[in-house]
Design a protein around this ligand. Structure first.
Ligand SMILES: Cc1cc2nc3c(=O)[nH]c(=O)nc-3n(C[C@H](O)[C@H](O)[C@H](O)COP(=O)(O)OP(=O)(O)OC[C@H]3O[C@@H](n4cnc5c(N)ncnc54)[C@H](O)[C@@H]3O)c2cc1C
Length: 461
């Protein structure tokens, strides 16, 4: 089928990518897995163009895969069979910062960090901060219900989405929610679309609520002698009145990997694990009180000195290390399996300890880091050298054991990266057959022909 001709009524041919070398990037995401080569990538500028594309694709039974900026880690934007990609990369305009209502209205392709910096000019704050914030899109964040370190205090993307403009797989434009802070009108449709991993339709405009920009911000880097001390300190901190913004955990091997990747000395190399805690406040006195309490609680678990970062430059140095961890894992291994499990916070010490026992049992390096403050840990099982055949032999069993460990502790398969293609087979660990079938029926109500990003989250065929 001549796709350029088919879609020429919808968008000009310059925005239909058909060259193989350029299409390469649309065949994968940051999981670097490939299954099928895209037929074409279409780059619309407006909601009407999206609607026209989807209508034609649906009528002609063409499989469509929506894409933000391709930083996903669960394969949601990867075509599994010959498909067109509808990329939001050019729908990247912030449409309105509404200071009076403390809302921002945006197209989905805007980079999250760009949106954050734009609203800060108005003394407003958009808290969700995935570590990929300078490369991922707001639309991708909504589709994945992404979180970030500051979810501990401020919640995740879903807590800020007030309105969604959406194009159904058959090409109908719909709007749910708006600039309202509460809404009991009909089903909570926007909440079904949030976190649906691009399986229900295309998000083309988003209204997000904002909060006042906190006046003071301090980061504490706390080294611990043992991993157990660090995770126990996290549990105590969360129970306290500190109300930390972030409580990030990094074990020693992660810290060393970040140091190697960045090619520089880390701000602190002591201890077997570090906690990176951020505290926000509007009052200097309150901030000092909370720093004192945080130091007191941490002091009960560590003998090391706590590093305090008050200036933006000092803070960036600490966060650069944390944000480089994904790339550091990629650099140090030839292959890796990533888990993103989440458990009740009180179970964190057991999760980390049981995961290391799995690594010891299979003699495979497992490195954990991530959002300890909300029980969400990124677990990296690494194949360090090509000759490490045992990785392939045992990775299936290791993955299953890690996921079962989390579920047995009352947890879930994913805290923020989503299910996509890589965790579909494990959904029966958390849902009954009836619960899975209900969710599949929801998908098919949106997409009766099952042509829109099919076989993601669940298997359909
Ligand atoms: C270094 C690194 C760090 C990361 N850190 C975090 C983190 O801290 N927290 C976190 O949550 N994630 C993190 N991620 C994962 C990733 O950045 C997020 O999932 C992000 O939200 C994906 O956005 P994207 O624009 O790149 O989406 P893509 O990868 O392009 O797409 C992701 C999914 O969303 C769908 N989609 C995208 N846009 C739309 C749209 N407009 N309408 C409908 N569906 C759409 C796609 O079909 C796909 O299923 C990290 C990734 C990397 C590489």
């Amino acid at each position: 089928m001549d796709l350029i001709k088919l879609f020429s009524d919808c968008i000009p041919s310059e925005r239909i990518v058909s060259k193989e070398n350029i299409l390469e990037k649309y065949s994968t995401d940051e999981s670097f897995q490939k299954f099928s080569f895209p037929l074409a990538a279409l780059l619309p500028l407006t909601t009407e163009e999206v609607a026209c594309i989807l209508k034609k694709a649906y009528k002609n039974e063409i499989v469509t895969v929506p894409r933000g900026l391709g930083t996903g880690l669960s394969g949601g934007a990867i075509p599994l069979k010959p498909s067109i990609i509808v990329s939001m990369e050019l729908m990247n305009k912030i449409l309105e910062v509404d200071v009076n209502n403390m809302m921002v209205v945006t197209q989905p392709g805007v980079i999250t960090g760009v949106l954050q910096r734009e609203v800060e000019k108005f003394n407003l704050y958009y808290p969700p901060d995935p570590a990929s914030l300078d490369s991922c899109s707001v639309g991708g964040n909504v589709a994945e219900s992404s979180g970030g370190p500051s979810a501990v205090r401020y919640g995740t993307t879903k807590d800020y989405v007030r309105g969604i403009e959406f194009v159904s797989p058959a090409g109908e434009i719909m709007r749910f929610g708006g600039k309202v802070r509460k809404d009991a009108t009909g089903y909570a449709m926007k909440d079904i679309i949030i976190g649906s991993e691009g399986t229900l339709g295309m998000i083309t405009q988003i209204t997000l609520s904002l909060i006042p920009l906190p006046k003071f911000r301090v980061d504490l880097l706390i080294p611990f002698e043992t991993i157990g001390d660090a995770t126990a300190a996290v549990v105590e901190t969360i129970k306290s009145s500190i109300k930390p913004t972030t409580v990030e955990f990094m074990e020693k091997r992660a810290i060393e990997a970040a140091g190697n990747f960045l090619g520089n000395e880390m701000p602190c190399s002591e201890g077997e694990a570090h906690i990176l805690m951020r505290i926000d406040s509007d009052s200097r006195d309150e901030m000092e009180e909370r720093i004192l309490l945080a130091s007191k609680i941490a002091g009960g678990f560590t003998r090391y000195e706590i590093l305090v970062a008050e200036t933006f430059a000092q803070q960036e140095k600490l966060w650069k290390a944390r944000r480089s961890l994904h790339d550091a894992m990629v650099q140090m291994s030839v292959k890796r399996e990533r888990e993103d499990v989440v458990v009740p916070i009180s179970m964190l010490p057991r999760l980390i300890s049981e995961i290391h026992s799995i690594g010891d049992f299979f003699k495979v390096p497992i490195i954990a880091f991530g959002h300890a403050g909300d029980g969400n840990v990124h677990i990296n099982v690494l194949k360090l050298k090509n000759e490490d055949d045992f990785f392939e032999d045992s990775i299936g069993e290791i993955t299953e054991r890690i996921l079962k460990t989390a579920v047995n502790l009352g947890g879930k398969l994913s805290g923020e990266h989503g299910i996509g293609i890589f965790k579909r087979e494990f959904m029966s660990l958390v849902f009954t057959e009836e619960e899975i079938n209900l969710q599949k029926r929801i998908k098919l109500a949106f997409d009766p022909k099952n042509l829109f990003n099919p076989n993601k989250i669940f298997f359909y065929e």
